[in-house]
Design a protein around this ligand. Structure first.
Ligand SMILES: NC(=O)c1ccc[n+]([C@@H]2O[C@H](COP(=O)([O-])OP(=O)(O)OC[C@H]3O[C@@H](n4cnc5c(N)ncnc54)[C@H](O)[C@@H]3O)[C@@H](O)[C@H]2O)c1
Length: 448
């Protein structure tokens, strides 16, 4: 065991030395590697094949200029990225994020996480991620289109249905993906349906893709509750964010009998004791593009708390579904003090390492993002399968497969955790199960 720990520490040290400014990337690598010691101790072959050293270096890191012209006629320049991290089990697969905070550390951490998440789904997809430091807020539709087309002019050289298949993420939804599909088709002169997922249903998108990440989080939580012969009925839930993941996590939770009392956006949170009216949230966010405070103006029995964090609201289940590191150790203490029993990560790495430590110490059921939010990428892979076969499955069929995949991810994570005596915790279990699939595929293919 000591040898394995030393191996992990040495590789972590190299990561820090090589890119000391990439804090989020280091955090993501540490979170995974810290789980692996008992598994690596039992299987020294991974060290002999230099798996950890190879895993932390992406196959390719692409960074490029994205020039575009705004509505006033001024030239703007943003920076675009695509990290093709690991393709041992299939083409690179992962979303594109448009947000001003996007930088090399953020895209590398997201792509690294994606490798293990994709492996956990059991599907043939490798890990990648990308985006741009472009802020879509307050941009006109024409500006979004011009920016997205310019972004695709460069990215199109590096992607393809068997190479790298991007999807959406923060700031990139169906509209942006459709613009990318169009620009890619125009540049290539051919229709390659399987090069993007999250497309509109009319142009080859899959039913249930929009709902899949949020629904998947709730299916995962259902599995956790079942272990204790419990269900979602009557559970009080809070969900951060009010975007693609949050909205559909709320929808499924409400459908299964839970009471969702609070949700948020980057300006603050709303609390509605009677339970959030999701139709209002959908209209405000998906149609009108308004701040979440507008909810409180329409619902007398609700309140808006500007600039405050949602984690002070007492609940049974907390679902961080907005962004990375949105829940720190103080928030974790507050949630624990207020009696939270399950925290499931809908967003990628929303809890800091110290927050996770607190949940572990206090025996709060914790579902890590790479397991809990894998439903989105799983349905993306189902979209690729439908595109290859030129068929469209029904909503019910895709939902059935999604449920099955989430159940498998839960079972694998639980059993790997138990096998390596990680006190039944799903974090170590998910990390070990995901690592095993990728590492074995890397060994089988030789030193590349
Ligand atoms: N879309 C997917 O299929 C998918 C799949 C897996 C993981 N994720 C992850 O889920 C998270 C959300 O992605 P999304 O696709 O829903 O994005 P989105 O842009 O649709 O929504 C993001 C939401 O978070 C809110 N937000 C941002 N910063 C916040 C803050 N500091 N506090 C409170 N709210 C804040 C925004 O206002 C918005 O409501 C990201 O971490 C993303 O990587 C998304």
């Amino acid at each position: 065991m000591e040898d394995a720990k030393k191996y992990i520490e040495d590789v972590l040290e190299t990561v820090k030395e090589r890119d000391p400014h990439e804090e989020e990337f280091y955090q993501a690598v540490k979170e995974i590697f810290d789980s692996l010691a008992p598994y690596l101790a039992e299987h020294p072959k991974y060290q002999q094949f230099g798996i950890l050293e190879r895993l932390v270096e992406p196959d390719r890191f692409i960074s490029f200029r994205v020039p575009w012209v705004d509505d006033q006629g001024a030239v703007q320049v943003n920076r675009g990225y695509r990290v093709q991290f690991n393709a041992a089990i299939g083409p690179y697969k992962g979303g594109l994020r448009f947000h001003p905070t996007v930088n090399s550390s953020i895209v590398k951490f997201l792509a690294f996480e994606q490798i293990f998440k994709n492996a956990l789904t059991g599907q043939p997809i490798g890990g990648g991620k990308g985006g741009a430091d472009f802020d879509p807020k307050n941009k006109s539709n024409a500006e979004i289109m011009r920016f997205t087309q310019s972004f695709m002019t460069e990215l199109s050289k590096h992607i393809g249905p068997n190479v790298d298949v991007p999807a959406g993420d923060i700031g990139v939804g169906g509209r942006e993906i459709n613009y990318m599909v169009g620009q890619y088709r125009k540049l290539r002169g051919s229709s390659e349906a399987g090069v993007f997922t999250g497309k509109g249903v009319d142009i080859g998108g899959s039913l249930t893709r929009a709902e899949s990440t949020g629904y998947g989080v709730i299916y995962f939580v259902e599995n956790m509750l079942k272990e204790f012969n419990e269900s979602l009925t009557g559970k009080k839930i809070i969900v951060s964010g009010s975007g693609k993941v949050s909205i559909y996590a709320m929808e499924k939770a409400i459908e299964l009998g839970a009471r969702v009392v609070a949700c948020s956006d980057s300006s603050g949170y709303i609390y509605d004791e009677k339970g959030i009216d999701l139709e209002t949230v959908k209209r405000l966010k998906e149609v009108e593009g308004k701040r979440i405070s507008a909810y409180a103006e329409e619902h007398d029995h609700s309140s808006f708390y500007g600039g405050e964090k949602i984690w002070q609201v007492a609940c049974d289940i907390a679902l961080p579904c907005a962004t990375q590191n949105e829940l720190d150790e103080n928030d974790a203490s507050t949630l624990i003090h207020n009696g939270v029993s399950i925290v499931a990560e809908g967003a990628n790495m929303p809890c800091t390492l110290k927050a996770v430590e607190q949940f572990r110490e206090n025996h709060v059921g914790f579902a890590p993002s790479k397991a809990a939010n894998a439903g989105g990428v799983a349905v993306s892979a189902l979209e690729m399968a439908q595109n290859s076969a030129r068929v469209s499955w029904t909503f019910e069929e895709v939902d059935r497969q999604l449920k099955e995949i989430m159940q498998n991810i839960f079972d694998q994570s639980l059993s790997a955790g138990r096998q390596y005596k990680c006190e039944d915790n799903l974090i170590d279990g998910a990390n070990i199960a995901g690592f095993k699939r990728v590492a074995d595929a890397m060994i089988a293919q030789g030193v590349l």
